[in-house]
Design a protein around this ligand. Sequence first.
Ligand code: FMN
Length: 278
Amino acid sequence: MLNNDQLYENRYGKKSSHDLTNIDLSPLFETILSRGSIRKFSKKNISEELLSLLLMAAQSAPSKSNLQQYSILIIKNDTIKNKIGNIIGKTKWALEAPLFFLFLADIRRNIKITNDRGYTHKNNNLDTFMNSVIDAALSMQSMITASESIGLGVCPISMIRNIIDEVKNICELPKGVFPIAGLAMGWPTEKPRVSYRLPQEVVIHHDIYDDKNLIDKIEEYDERVYRVAPILADQQRHVDRYGVSEKGTWSENISRQLSIPERANFKDWLKANGFNLE
Ligand SMILES: Cc1cc2nc3c(=O)[nH]c(=O)nc-3n(C[C@H](O)[C@H](O)[C@H](O)COP(=O)(O)O)c2cc1C
């Protein structure tokens, strides 16, 4: 077991300014601190009994007004897995995991219920869209935490939204329902890499929002990440447009990524698929 100072250093690539040694952490807390996404899984299955408990963990997440505006679609059927795997490009590996879930924002169910109870649903708006996305995200995170605490590995998959129309057809998703992300899950055959996060002084603000000296702090962060995990040419974004960056830093790579619109027609897709976003 690592002590708290080592856990901190593994997560940030630098020492904490606090003495963390005297705080007792639970095993679950330690799992959270040292997690990393897993992309390689053994063929060993996850039993129906365990799956049922993992789903319970997902449903134990908080939910806005307990509206529970999400659904979870479990993809185990090989034909469906292959259909999606064959059109998701380099992310095919995710569909080869023992379990693949779609976490769905779902406003359809409560529209049906409201109508059934004789009321008119008047909340197909941006706020409900956001609430449904938050509910789906929290349930996914709750399942992630539960699964990682017993040694399972997972990787969320937003690539699913690059083929959203195809997935909609293959999985027969109705209007008012869309996948916020997929989740690949299985027993890991690789160790998680603990990737350095932005330092707390960049992400955490006290009483007032203050991003003074941001760029200096990002440069320090870049250096720390670069020392242990430089972003090599084959992982750099948009090399065809910008060329290979001599120094593959985090900030260079995310800036390149964010300089080109991703899923630019997503709003139109949502509007055509039951989310009014008013
Ligand atoms: C909403 C979401 C979508 C993601 N989509 C993908 C994906 O499509 N493919 C992938 O390989 N990783 C995906 N990831 C995993 C991230 O790349 C990963 O969490 C991030 O690089 C940090 O690494 P870590 O989870 O190992 O700490 C996704 C993560 C989130 C939260």
